[in-house]
Design a protein around this ligand. Structure first.
Ligand code: MF3
Ligand code: CO
Length: 255
């Protein structure tokens, strides 16, 4: 397994790809409200991506039919946008988006509240987001890949939530999915040694109940087995010899 180390020039392109995706997410987050369809969210996402001179990397990836994955409530990831799937007050919705800028990919996900949601749902979203930050504290040169996985699992498990095992984070660069795979649950082996210049998509998916999931008949949508709520939080990061740089955050986000 070879993990690519990006050159200074490539890192600049990854930063730009990340910045543009952060802008897309900021706008998508503003659009989330009761009454909007998941199809409209995808259409807006695709327009935002193309308007900033980029290309959606999810569209037609392994046959995926849209640019944005829109996953509601017990849907974990890869929800397919539909005209008749209308968001309503109290739902939570995970938006996963990615783009290509001059040959370089970025990938990020956020879970949003639709109007007012339960405290329980709010807590799940907050813990999922924080688990990403707990994980990436370990993402620095000299540490090992699975230090990230172990930190995410330790944090999430403390709340009694289920950390999804069937889907993982990944390296990212000139392809959406590069080596290494990045599990979000505790590992026995330590994994590859992290080096400055690696770019990674770290993406915990957290279920309020069991970690177990199943796939719907559409072949894409992943749902929790026990129908409990699920949240997703993902950023593309750059490993350095100090703190990691988060390439897909927008200013003032979540503050
Ligand atoms: N962010 C997801 C991932 O990292 C979404 C890609 S699946 C796709 O794998 F098919 F929709 F592209
Ligand atoms: Co990803």
């Amino acid at each position: 397994m070879a993990v690519s180390i990006k050159s200074a020039r490539e890192i600049e392109l990854m930063r730009e790809a990340g910045k543009r995706l952060a802008h897309v997410h900021e706008e998508l987050g503003r659009a989330v409200a009761p009454g909007i369809s998941t199809w409209e969210i995808d259409a807006l996402g695709e327009k935002l991506i193309r308007d900033c001179g980029c290309v959606p990397n999810f569209l037609h990836y392994n046959g995926y039919p849209a640019s944005i994955c829109v996953s509601v409530n017990e849907e974990v990831v890869h929800g397919i946008p539909r005209k008749d799937r209308i968001l309503k007050e109290g739902d939570i919705v995970s938006l996963d988006a990615g783009l290509i800028y001059r040959g370089y990919h970025s990938d990020a996900a956020r879970t949003h509240a639709v109007g007012r949601i339960s405290e329980e749902a709010q807590k799940l979203i907050g813990v999922t987001r924080q688990s990403f930050f707990e994980g990436i504290k370990m993402a620095r040169e000299g540490n090992y890949l699975h230090d990230i996985s172990n930190a995410i699992d330790a944090y999430v498990s403390g709340f009694g939530y289920g950390i999804v095992r069937d889907l993982v984070g990944h390296g990212i660069g000139t392809a959406l999915h590069e080596d290494p795979q990045i599990p979000n649950f505790a590992q026995k082996r330590r994994g590859v040694r992290l080096q400055a210049g690696m770019t990674l998509a770290v993406e915990p998916m957290v279920n309020a109940g069991t970690w177990k999931v199943r796939w719907l008949q559409d072949g894409w949508t992943v749902v929790t087995r026990d129908r409990s709520l699920s949240a997703h939080y993902e950023n593309t990061i750059l490993v350095t010899d100090g703190e990691p740089e988060i390439l897909t955050l927008y200013e003032g986000e979540g503050l």
